[in-house]
Each structure stands twice: as structure tokens, then as C-alpha cells.
Design a protein around this ligand. Structure first.
Ligand code: CLF
Ligand code: SF4
Length: 532
């Protein structure tokens, strides 16, 4: 088929620089960071780069990341995380946050979680771990700041270690209180800490943070941003020195910190950050945030990708973040929190069976090896066929997990997006959409927004698709592909790409660049997938 560039209805306003960002060049010489377990930032891999196993990192680091769905892109197809909302207070104010809702540093704005005591939280984790054996990580990510509530956060970790010692512990913080809590973090074997760092220049920071609460008083303006910045850098250095793996979250705010995030990437890599997760600002007036009310927009899909691509060469990038809620449960991209509300927990019979969990996870590892083997086989088959070897295209994929093409177009609440070339099929993001299929019928009013979400893709791989969305996609220039049902995603994407190149070479089609795509702005609430 002929492809065409449809532009869609995207924001007319653009900001200087975001589309003109150049990739990082050679990194400056890095000062030695502390000892620890060798958690130095990676060498500019496009994503976390953990999928190839212990060859590209020390064994002890691999052991920490191999089944953490946020620290390993490849693991996120198979392993789940959960959050418990035990930390309601916060010690700073971000302009993209309304404290009626969850912390926007690790969740989508506009979402409210069910707050728990540490006792309730531990009961919930044990119940979830019994039901979902691939749940390997517990995170405390709000609804405020995990370290502005140290007693509740660490009491949860202490009790959980006694009852479910195989579960990895993780927390997320804005960093203000971090240096004071590093000893506690190590005492409770918290192996993974996320710090949200949106700037390394207080002049940028004062546009993002109106105030912090510091030494028993409110500090505002440049001084607030300066203190926060210094505490974040110190905390990161201290964690690196103690061998704790750190992930940096940055919210991309067009016109405020877009190009600046390249410098953030460089600075956090210098200090030993393991991963850098650049997330889009989600900004709607209905969320009641400063940015929402002043009309500050979030980035488009290509603006986000441009900044992420420009950071390649710096700290490893995470591109599979789903901006979870503070009580999220399940694989990234799904949310099973509604199955584990407090009243439902009361009815559940909980048996925490370590052997059963291990045996399930052994089966996951076999599947994971098969996925790797299929990917390598497809790459080996991707022989040159006389067309542009630098050609790269984006492909959207409908999946419900396991790393396979296994979801019906109409049941998708998020597409995974891969950049495919002759050399690789690389996960570069996801796009949330509203369900097209409602009660067995397609909702044609939803179709334009679904197509707009993947408007930068050349194809969409699905398990099944109806005639109406097929026609709409074709008209927009996106090729619907349903012949790879049940195949591993990378293998399917590479095989489709070879076929695509073959059609270009034969003159059957002409390659055309695609348009931009829209990142969904509304709050994502759990249960949509279950309602399908
Ligand atoms: Fe939670 Fe965060 Fe730990 Fe993951 S989430 S505390 S590191 S277990 Fe993951 Fe969710 Fe993105 Fe966070 S997808 S918002 S990066
Ligand atoms: Fe909101 Fe989180 Fe910022 Fe606190 S740190 S103001 S909870 S986004």
C-alpha cells in the first residue's frame, strides 16, 4: 500500500529548539563515584539495556534488575510491580501537581489512590503476591513523597521483609529529604530508588517549583530551587556510593526544561544514575495544577522522542514508564488495583507460597529465553535487500503481555511502539487510547483519537481487527497487520519490516514519512481493560 503523512490535529504552538536538539557527543571524563556495586550509568543505550543479560553489567547489578519491570524494559513484558499508598504528605510544591491527587512525579495527574496504614499495606502486598506470582517489586510512590513520610514508608518495608522476603523494595522521592534517609534506605535493603530531577539549574527550577518546606519554614523562588537541586545531587551521590540503583525521573515541560534535560542527563550520569526516565508533562485545566490552569502544554510524541534520542550517549534511557498511580497493581500498562481494595482483601484467603512463586517465575524465564532467541533469529534473517539501510520506522503493537502480538485492536487501552530498522526492533514508548470496542460494538467516535495516537507509525500489529478501523487506518496511512498473531513482538516487527522493505525495493510502494502523534492527556483510571 502507499503510505502518506497525515498530520492530525496537533498543537500549532511549538517551542524553539525541541525539534532541533542534537544528540550528545562524547561524554566528558567522569569523576570517580563511590564504591558500591558498580551502578555507573550505562553507555548511552536507547533503553535500559538489561535484556542481554549479565554480559553487559556486573552479575550483582543484573540480579537486581532482571525481574524489575521498571529497570529492565524486557522484564516489563513479564513481571509486575505494585505500589502501596502509605505516604500522603509532601515537602515541596511542583507546578504540575495538585495535592488533591497522587504525586505526579510517578503517576498520572488527576488520579486518587486509596491511602493505607503500613499494616494494611503489608496485608495487601502479601495478598497480591499470592494471587500474582509474577509480582516481584513493591514500590512506595506516594500519594505524596515517600521520604516526607519516613516512619510509614520504612515501617511498611520492615514488616514486608519479614513476611515476603523475596519481594524487591523500591521507592520514589523528590529528593529533598533523601540525604537524611540514605542510612534507612540501606538498612531496609531498598535496592532501587527513583529521584525526580527536572533541572540542574535553579533558574530553570524556580519556574517548576514555587516553594519547598525546609528547616521548618517555607522557602520560595530561586533559593528553594537551589536547595532542592543541591539535596538531589547529594542524595544521588550518596546512593551511588552505597550501591543503591537509582533511576532519575524527569518531567519534560516544553519551553521550560526540554533542551535542559540533556544537561540533566549528563549530570545524573556523572553521579552514577543507572537509568533516566524522561516523561511527558500531562497538563489539563481540570487537574487544577498551576501548569494546567496557565495553559502550559505537554510535549507531542515526536517532541518527547526527540529529547530522548538526544540523550542517547548519556545515562541509559527508560522509555517504557506508564506513569502509574500510587496504588497501581499488575504489569506496567495494566491496573488491577480494583481487585485488591480493602473490603475485597477482607474476603480473601491468603496463602503465601514461596515455592509456587518461584516455580511460576521459572516458567516466565523459559518464555523470556524463547523471546530472546526469536528476536536474534529474526535479526539474523534481516538481510540487506538493496534499499535504504538507514531506514527506520515506528510500528504500533497491540499486546496484552508476554511480549507477544496477542490483543484485538478494539480491546487496546495502550499500544506499545517499536522503532524498527534492519539492525533492531527497539521499544520507544507507548500510547494510551480509549477503548474502541464497547460492549461488543466498535465506537466509531473513538476512532479518530485512536488513529491520532499512532499517527507517527507506519503499521499496527494486531491479533484481529474489524473492517471499519482497518479502512480508517489505511486512509490515514497506517497499515493494519494481522498475520503475526501470537508471535513475539520483536520477531513480528522485524519480519513485517523486511516485507515492507521488500515492497519498497520491488516498487510496489513508496516510503513516505509519517506525521506526529498525540500523547493522551486525560487521567488514566484502572479497570478499563477489565471492562472490555
Ligand atoms: Fe514503582 Fe517507580 Fe519502583 Fe517502578 S513505578 S516506585 S520504579 S516499582 Fe515504573 Fe510506574 Fe514509571 Fe514509576 S512505570 S511510574 S517508573
Ligand atoms: Fe506533588 Fe509529588 Fe511534587 Fe509533591 S513531589 S508536589 S506530591 S508531584
Amino acid at each position: 500500500m502507499q503510505t502518506s503523512a497525515a498530520s492530525g490535529s496537533l498543537p500549532a504552538k511549538t517551542y524553539i529548539g525541541i525539534g532541533q536538539i542534537k544528540s550528545l557527543g562524547a561524554m566528558p571524563e567522569l569523576p570517580a563515584t563511590g564504591g558500591g556495586c558498580g551502578t555507573s550509568g550505562g553507555e548511552g543505550k536507547a533503553s535500559c539495556g538489561t535484556s542481554d543479560g549479565p554480559d553487559d553489567m556486573p552479575q550483582e547489578v543484573w540480579d537486581k534488575v532482571k525481574n524489575h519491570p521498571c529497570y529492565s524494559e524486557e522484564a516489563h513484558h513479564h513481571y509486575a510491580r505494585m505500589h502501596v499508598a502509605v505516604a500522603p504528605a509532601c515537602n515541596i510544591q511542583c507546578n504540575y501537581c495538585n495535592r488533591k491527587y497522587d504525586c505526579s512525579n510517578e503517576s498520572r495527574p488527576g488520579v486518587v489512590s486509596q491511602k493505607l496504614t503500613p499494616e494494611q499495606a503489608v496485608k495487601k502486598v502479601v495478598a497480591v503476591a499470592s494471587e500474582i506470582p509474577q509480582m516481584t517489586v513493591l514500590g512506595v510512590a506516594g500519594p505524596g513523597d515517600a521520604l516526607a513520610n519516613p516512619a510509614k514508608t520504612f515501617e511498611t518495608f520492615r514488616m514486608l521483609q519479614e513476611q515476603a522476603p523475596d519481594i524487591k523494595l523500591c521507592l520514589s522521592t523528590n529528593g529533598l529529604a533523601l540525604p537524611d534517609q540514605v542510612d534507612e534506605i540501606c538498612k531496609y535493603n531498598v535496592d532501587h530508588v527513583t529521584i525526580t530531577i527536572n533541572m540542574v539549574d535553579p533558574a530553570v527550577g524556580e519556574k517548576i517549583y514555587p516553594w519547598i518546606f525546609w528547616n521548618h519554614k517555607r522557602v520560595t523562588g530561586y533559593e528553594a530551587a537551589r536547595i532542592l537541586h543541591e539535596r538531589q545531587m547529594l542524595g544521588l551521590e550518596m546512593l551511588t556510593a552505597r550501591g543503591v540503583l537509582t533511576k532519575i525521573n524527569s518531567v519534560l515541560i516544553p519551553g521550560i526544561n526540554d533542551e535542559h534535560l540533556i544537561e540533566v542527563n549528563r549530570e545524573v550520569k556523572k553521579r552514577g544514575a543507572f537509568l533516566h526516565n524522561i516523561m511527558p508533562l500531562i497538563s489539563e485545566a481540570e487537574h487544577g495544577t498551576v501548569f494546567g490552569l496557565t495553559g502550559q502544554r505537554g510535549p507531542t510524541a515526536s517532541e518527547l522522542k526527540a529529547v530522548q534520542d538526544a540523550c542517547m550517549g548519556g545515562a541509559n534511557l527508560m522509555r517504557h514508564c506508564r506513569q502509574c498511580r500510587a496504588d497501581a497493581v499488575g504489569l506496567l500498562g495494566e491496573d488491577r488495583s480494583e481487585e485488591f481494595t480493602l473490603d475485597k482483601l477482607e474476603q480473601m484467603e491468603v496463602v503465601y507460597d514461596l515455592d509456587k512463586r518461584k516455580s511460576y517465575q521459572d516458567k516466565v524465564e523459559v518464555e523470556r529465553q524463547a523471546q530472546q532467541a526469536a528476536k536474534h533469529e529474526a535479526l539474523a534473517a534481516a538481510t540487506a535487500i538493496g534499499v535504504d539501510e538507514d531506514l527506520k520506522v515506528l510500528v504500533a503493537v497491540a499486546t496484552k503481555g508476554g511480549g507477544r502480538v496477542n490483543e484485538h485492536f478494539g480491546h487496546v487501552t495502550e499500544f506499545q511502539v517499536f522503532e524498527v530498522s534492519a539492525a533492531q526492533a527497539l521499544f520507544v514508548g507507548h500510547r494510551r487510547v480509549d477503548l474502541y470496542c464497547q460492549g461488543g460494538h466498535g465506537d466509531d467516535e473513538q476512532l479518530p483519537s485512536v488513529v491520532n495516537a499512532i499517527n507517527d507509525c507506519h503499521a499496527v500489529l494486531v491479533a484481529k481487527i474489524g473492517a471499519c478501523p482497518r479502512d480508517e487506518l489505511l486512509a490515514a496511512g497506517v497499515e493494519p497487520v494481522d498475520q503475526y498473531v501470537g508471535e513475539f513482538i520483536e520477531k513480528a516487527a522485524l519480519e513485517w519490516f523486511n516485507d515492507y522493505r521488500g515492497r519498497i525495493a520491488s516498487g510496489a510502494i513508496t516510503h513516505q514519512p509519517r506525521g506526529d502523534a498525540q500523547i493522551r492527556q486525560g487521567a488514566f483510571t484502572g479497570g478499563l481493560a477489565e471492562a472490555a
